[in-house]
Design a protein around this ligand. Structure first.
Ligand code: NAG
Ligand code: NAG
Ligand code: NAG
Ligand code: NAG
Ligand code: NAG
Ligand code: NAG
Ligand code: NAG
Length: 742
């Protein structure tokens, strides 16, 4: 059993005096106890951190990424299986204690192999005057010409061949549809064309369907993704080329559509296909060069100023075309298919508490090659597992708690593999899982770090014990280092500042949209999702889900040298150790209490008068918020006296800490949303970007403001019921932190 080198100087600039004091404190208290290692008193978290920093190798990450991006590997395909096998073989070779392949039989969707999905302009005689590209044009890497690349499609878009007048609906948000209806433009029987980027495409499809549209065509506008014009696009830059047509799911409900709430195992009951929560209209993405071919012939009303995009034409709304008798035809030949997708689970068994899990994960499947999404994240995960298993082999080290590495199947279809898993193992996970750390992409740009997190994990930014983890990672950006910002934290604080605490970076609201959904929102396991992200020059990462999201995009444009990947990998490792090693779970109860009081104040400020107009009292709710704050503070005070040599006493405190997030889970779900159970952190359904907590309350209040009079009474009943449920959850969260039951 070797001895670790003692703390060395990875404490680069930006580390203030308080942080340094915090580290001294950690050195004094966080020695690994109860271990098999005889030299346990010499091992500190910092020693492990040094090991990770010194061993994570950018070239190794690069090689993993190369191997993960050779083939198109859509969820549920033979190629996804090959990638699952690559991951499981790698974990076996690395020496994981256990590796499991977990299959689910699910409903996924594919384009036809023979008949492409096309958008056509049909002339007055019914002939096709023009048709869109069946596939995206190869532009740079040899693999872009792989004959197995599927025809361009959206996952779960209904098959159909519809012809009609077309209407341009801007970003397809509810306010856009409202504008059209105010102009008297009816969407009944129309094919709508929307620019993608402001909201989830499945929401656009749902709204279009609800308004009677018979089809939806999506394109990414150059003003949003190619701001420097068609000359300066991929491969010359990272901006979107005209032929790019991003894939993506149009299913709204997460998980396998045929087995809601239960795992898609062999014994599962399948609801009829007709009841599956998937669109009934065809939907199809096209490149902006193809959108131009359609929009330039558009007649009808001129589109409002803000609806004009970056194409070199005037955008009209339609309906219909300048040429008399011309129509738009949308021909979609997708097929919903029963298939099997696999999760790969690798375990490093814990030394002291093997039945407590720190989970790390990312998905396997990609919309084509997945250079960024997901494989930048998976390459980071395989590198982290390589380094941690090496630590086990070389040093005889084991984490205090088990580390569970998860590679999920079919995430791109709407979080399928991970959600089925959290459904299958939900009770055990709710009992045993400490936290889930997701890295869906290690990078989607190199501008700044971006972290979404449950408030319980906020302390990794700046917390009770001053664990300034993000200060310890040297800045991977040479320009930033030159400018004196020596750490990841410095650039993050500058480029994503927290509006409430200036000079400090923003830990974003957890939201949804990746594999942490089941953990955070159904089981109440605190989650974090971390990546390097893009600047605000574009609406999203331009090549996202396109053919051009290849290895070369990463290797030659975004991260030459893979230093950004290393930064994220090391950070992921550090946070993993901070959750797996300390005797007492380092949950930021105080940050959670602050988060909850702010959210409660914001509801009262915004809606207090509206609520009191109904004679509904918020007093019980605000009292429960206050009690949570005082309980959390008393709880930490009581742990100061804890006998840390007593395993039962330590376990007792940790059990209470783990119950806090679970206390916010309401088995019945949020109002009208049985698939979201967490009453504090669920994303808002009306206002997904606002980051308000208590979505069940704020969404109902929002609906009350816009609802017709005859629906108000019911909505107030919904509000009162949910307010009582939330108040009860808050009381429970305090209750689980106290020893007395009554
Ligand atoms: C990548 O694939 C090659 C060829 O199959 C293999 O030799 C190599 O070990 C793999 N490397 C990694 C890091 O997976
Ligand atoms: C769909 O309709 C168009 C226009 O009527 C027609 O040209 C095309 O052949 C049809 N596609 C299929 C697959 O039948
Ligand atoms: C306008 O844009 C389209 C699509 O990008 C392009 O094909 C066309 O050449 C452009 N026309 C002019 C006059 O710039
Ligand atoms: C859909 O897929 C199933 C299973 O792969 C296949 O049997 C069927 O022929 C396909 N249908 C169409 C219309 O392509
Ligand atoms: C960061 O990405 C940009 C493209 O967004 C690229 O031009 C630049 O070279 C990258 N920087 C580094 C250090 O890799
Ligand atoms: C609220 O209470 C006041 C005083 O009792 C009463 O006049 C008013 O009608 C009540 N409003 C509602 C909406 O119940
Ligand atoms: C916890 O301890 C702090 C500092 O000793 C003290 O200020 C605070 O009042 C205590 N909180 C409770 C609820 O006992």
């Amino acid at each position: 059993m070797g001895r670790f080198s003692l703390l060395t100087g990875c404490l680069t600039g930006g580390l203030g005096l308080t942080a340094a004091l915090g580290l001294v404190f950690l050195l004094a208290t966080n020695h690994i106890r109860n271990g098999r290692n005889e030299e346990k008193d010499l091992l500190t978290l910092e020693d492990f951190e040094d090991y990770i920093m010194n061993n994570v190798d950018p070239q190794s990450i690069r090689q993993f990424l190369r191997n993960l991006t050779t083939l198109p590997h859509l969820g549920g395909t033979e190629e996804e299986w090959q990638m699952s096998t690559l991951i499981s073989d790698t974990w076996h070779q690395q020496g994981m204690d256990e590796v499991h392949m977990v299959p689910y039989e699910v409903l996924l969707s594919y384009p036809s192999k023979e008949v492409p999905n096309l958008v056509r302009l049909v002339d007055q005689d019914g002939g096709a005057a023009w048709a869109s590209a069946p596939k995206q044009k190869p532009l740079y890497s040899p693999e872009e010409s792989n004959p197995d690349i599927p025809f361009t499609f959206n996952g779960y878009a209904a098959p159909g061949n519809v012809t009609g007048d077309a209407v341009y609906v801007n970003y397809g948000r509810s306010q856009d549809f409202k504008t059209l209806s105010e102009k008297g433009i009816n969407l009944e029987g129309k094919i709508v064309i929307a620019r993608y980027g402001k909201i989830f495409r499945a929401n656009i499809a749902q709204m279009a369907e609800d308004l009677g549209a018979v089809g939806l065509v999506l394109f990414s506008d150059p003003s949003d993704y190619a701001p420097e014009g068609p000359e300066f696009v991929f491969p010359r830059s990272y901006f979107l080329p005209p032929s790019a047509a991003p894939f993506g799911t149009v299913k709204l409900v997460d998980g396998d559509p045929l087995t809601p709430f239960y795992p898609a195992t062999k014994s599962a009951f399948h609801i009829p296909m007709a009841e599956a929560p998937i669109p009934t209209i065809p939907v199809q993405p096209i490149g902006y060069e193809d959108a131009w071919q359609i929009l330039r012939y558009y007649g009808g009303f001129p589109a409002p100023e803000e609806w004009q995009g970056g194409l070199n034409i005037t955008y009209n709304l339609g309906p219909g075309f300048f040429q008399p008798g011309w129509k738009l035809n949308l021909d979609v030949n997708n097929n919903n298919t029963h298939t099997t997708t696999y999760n790969v689970i690798g375990v490093i068994k814990g030394r002291v508490e093997p039945d407590r899990y720190v989970l790390l994960g990312n998905h396997i499947d990609a919309w084509i090659f997945g250079g960024l999404d997901p494989n930048s994240g998976t390459a980071a995960m395989l590198e982290l597992s390589r380094v941690l298993t090496k630590l086990v082999k070389e040093k005889g080290w084991r984490p205090r708690r088990s580390l569970v590495f998860c590679a999920w199947g079919a995430e791109e279809y709407g979080i399928v593999g991970s959600l089925e898993w959290t459904e299958q193992f939900g009770k055990q996970l709710a009992d045993r899982a400490v936290a889930y750390l997701n890295v869906d992409m290690a990078i989607e740009g190199n501008y700044t770090l971006r972290t979404k997190s449950a408030p319980l994990l906020y302390q990794f930014k700046k917390g009770k014990k001053n664990v300034f983890l993000f200060h310890k990672i040297p800045n991977p950006d040479p320009e930033e280092t030159k400018a004196g910002r020596l750490t990841v934290y410095d650039t993050w604080a500058l480029r994503k500042p927290d509006p409430v605490e200036p000079n400090s970076p923003l830990m974003q609201f957890i939201g949804s949209g990746s594999d942490y959904k089941g953990f955070q929102h159904n089981l109440g396991i605190p989650c974090m999702d971390t990546r390097y992200t893009y600047s605000d020059r574009t609406l999203g990462e331009p090549q996202y889900h396109t053919l051009y999201e290849t290895f070369a995009l990463v290797d030659e444009i975004y991260d030459r040298g893979f230093h950004f990947h290393k930064a994220v990998t090391v950070l992921w490792g550090y946070i993993t150790l901070r959750l797996s090693e300390p005797e007492i779970l380092p949950f930021s109860l105080d940050a959670y209490a602050t988060f909850i009081s702010r959210a409660s104040n914001s509801i009262l400020e915004k809606y207090g008068d509206l609520i009191s107009s109904q004679n509904i009292t918020m007093d019980y709710f605000t009292a429960a918020v206050r009690r949570f704050k005082s309980t959390t503070s008393a709880f930490w005070n009581s742990t100061e006296k804890l006998d840390r040599e007593n395993p039962l006493a330590v376990r007792h405190v940790n059990d209470q800490l783990m119950m806090v997030e679970r206390a916010f889970i309401d088995a019945r779900g949020l109002p009208g949303r049985p698939d979201y159970n967490h009453v504090v952190t669920a994303p808002s359904k009306n206002d997904a970007y606002s980051g308000t907590a208590f979505a069940g309350l704020s969404d109902t209040l929002y609906s009350l403001q816009v609802a017709p009079d005859d629906l108000r009474a019911d909505l107030w009943v919904t509000f009162s019921q949910h307010l009582a449920a939330v108040t009860h959850a808050l009381e429970t969260a305090s209750g689980v932190l106290t020893d007395e039951l009554w």
